[in-house]
Design a protein around this ligand. Sequence first.
Ligand code: EPZ
Length: 461
Amino acid sequence: MLQYTERKKSDNTICSYTAFSHRKEAQTRVTVMEEKIVINGGNPLRGSVSISGFKNAALPIIVATVLTGDVCVLENIPAIRDVEKALEILEAMGASVRMIGRTTVEIDTANVEYGTSPAALVSKLRGSTYLIGAELGRFGKAHVGWPGGCDIGNRPIDQHIKAFEALGATVSTDNGFIDVTAPEGLKGNSIYFDTTSVGATANSILAAVLAEGVTVIENPAKEPHIVDLANFLNTCGASITGAGTDVIKIKGVNKLHGCTYSIIPDMIEAGTFMIAAVATGGRVRVDGVIPKHMDCLSAKLEEMGATVEEIDDSLIVSCLERPEKTNVKTLPYPGFPTDLQPQMATLLCLANGVSHVTETVFENRFKYVDELQKMGAKVRVDGKTAIIEGVDQLSGADLKAIDLRAGAAMVIAGLAASGTSSIYNISSIERGYDNIVEKLRALGADIKKTYVAPAEQAAIS
Ligand code: EPZ
C-alpha cells in the first residue's frame, strides 16, 4: 500500500510515499517530487500583467557587483531560479547576500575570494561566464568552472577568450575549468568581435572597466541588457560610453563603489505574454515595459493582424481575428530576438497560411518542434528554417519543456489548444519566468501546477 504524505521543508517540498511492507514495518522512500503544469486550453487571455525584471540583465549585473568590493542594492530583480543560483554562487565565494522583500537584494562583495565559485552550481547556468570577467577585472586572474545554459547550440567562448587576450591576459581551458591570468595587469586595447555575442560583450566590459587605459569594443552586442550593465557600472563609477551602439569605449578607472540600481524590465517575458495574448485571441496589457525594446515583435504582431497600442510603459495587445502568416528571421538586437523564436513559431502554427521561421543565432533551437507535432501542428525543419503551415486548432497533449524558451512555447501551445495539456520538466521554465502560472491564471487561463506521481514520472522519463 502506498500512502502519500507531504511536508514542507524550507523551500523544498519533500513528498514521500510510505510503503508498508508485509512485515508491517514502514519503509520510507523520500522522493523530491517533480511538478507539471496542467492547462485546459481555449480561454482567451484578458487583463493586465506586470512584467518582472530582466533575467539576462540581472545575471551580469549581479556578478558585476564583485568588481566593486562594496555594498550594492539591486531592485526589480526577478524571483527566478537562475537568479537564486547566481546569488548562491556569490555567497559561496564570500559575498553577503540579503533579500529585501521579493525583488530587491543587497549584496556585499568585500570578502569575495578569487577562484571560489562552486563548479557544480556554475555548470547550471550560462550567466556563470560573467564570473570570469568579474574575477579578472577585480583580481587580475580568474578560475571558473565550465558554464552551463540551454542546449540550443554548442555555446563556445572563443570570443570571450579573444577579448581577455586582447587585454593582455593568458587563458587556459583545461580540466573543465577556465583559468585566466594577467601577471602584468590588464591593459586597455581594441577588441573586434568576429560574431556578435551578448556574453562576450558583457565579459569584455567587466574585464576592461578597471584595466589601465582605454578599451574600444567593435561589433559588440547592442541588446538592452548590455546597456543596462553599462549603466549599472557607470553608476558604480565606471567610464563606459557607446553601449547599445556599434562601438563601446571604456576608460579604465582605479576603483568602483557600490550603488543602488534598478534592473530593466524583461523584454522576453513581455514578448512571451504578448504572443500568448494573440495565440489565445485575447486582449492583454503588459505593464512596466520599455516599449522601444519590443519594437521588432510589436511590428511582427501587427503584420499578422494584431493591434499593439502603446500607453506610457504599457503595451495593449489584442487579436480578435485569426492571425495571418508571416516570416521571421532571428537576429541580434534590434532584430527579432532568438529568445522569442519558439514562442513565435508556436503562434504561427495557428496562423492563416504558410510561415517561415529562420534561426540565425543558434545552431539547434528547433528541438521543440516534435512536441508541437504531437498537438497536430504542421511544421517541419529544413536546415535553419522551420516551415509552418497554420492549422485551425491544436489539440492538448503531454508535452516536455525542452529548455527555457521552448518550455514557454509549450505553455502558449497549451493555452491556445483545445483540451488538456500537461507540461513536464517545468523547472526549465521556472529558471527564467517569475510566477508564470499565477500571472496566466490572473489573465483567465485555466492553468495549475501539480505533482507528478513517481509512476507517471517514470513513464515520461
Ligand atoms: C545570451 O546567451 C542569453 N543568455 C541567451 O538567452 C540569448 O539567447 C543569447 O544571449 C542571444 O541573445 C544570457 O544572457 C544568460 P551569445 P549568450 O554569446 O551570451 C556564438 C535565454 O533564453 N558565440 O550572444 O551565450 C554562439 O554560439 C537564453 O534567456 C560564439 O561563436 O549568447 C551563438 O551562436 C538562451 N563564440 C551566438 O554567438 C563566443 O565566444 C550568440 O551567442 C560566444 C558566442
